[in-house]
Design a protein. Structure first.
Length: 177
């Protein structure tokens, strides 16, 4: 049995205001299920945040990236960064690194740096793209029974890129007798 159960978006449940109407997920944005204002804070500067921010900026939105780490476009190859940087050129985009989301309000977000300095950023909408965790429930339950041979593939192993999921599936298929 080859299982590719995917990943689940990380929840930021401890952030005040996170369930407000002006907050949505990157998945909802990319599926066309979100209504956003003109200025949007994208929380997360990895591949998902970068992609959704570019998607919005190319629609004419003003995008403000907020990333906890000290660098933007994390886990993205050098070549991919060059392409993204070229596409971001001339768009309304700003990047705040080394800052963590502290609260969501009706008129924006409050972020805090490692020294405790708080900054208020005025935005209409907030998009959560802070990462994913492997969806392990199905795999763990299947592996509890020794009878079926279970192979893991894709984001349920570790959230990565589509190439990695295809590679996992290919290797698992080759191992099946």
């Amino acid at each position: 049995m080859i299982v590719a159960a995917g990943a689940t978006a990380l929840a930021l449940e401890d952030v005040p205001g996170i369930t407000a109407e002006n907050v949505t997920s990157a998945s909802q944005v990319l599926r066309g299920q979100a209504r956003l204002g003109q200025t949007v804070a994208v929380i997360g500067g990895g591949i998902v945040g970068t992609e959704v921010g570019l998607f919005l900026a190319e629609q004419g939105k003003e995008v403000v990236f907020v990333e906890m780490l000290d660098t933007f476009m994390n886990n993205i190859t050098f070549d991919e960064k060059l392409v993204y940087e070229g596409r971001f050129d001339g768009l309304k985009v700003s990047v705040h690194t080394g800052k963590r989301l502290e609260a969501v309000t009706d008129d924006g977000v409050t972020v805090v740096d490692r020294f405790g300095r708080k900054t208020k950023i005025l935005v209409d909408s907030v998009v959560l793209a802070a990462g994913f965790r492997p969806n392990r429930e199905l795999i763990d339950s299947l592996m509890a029974d020794p009878r079926p041979r279970v192979f893991e593939a894709g984001d349920c192993v570790s959230p990565r890129k589509i190439f990695d999921a295809i590679h996992d599936g290919h290797l698992a298929a080759r191992l099946v007798d």
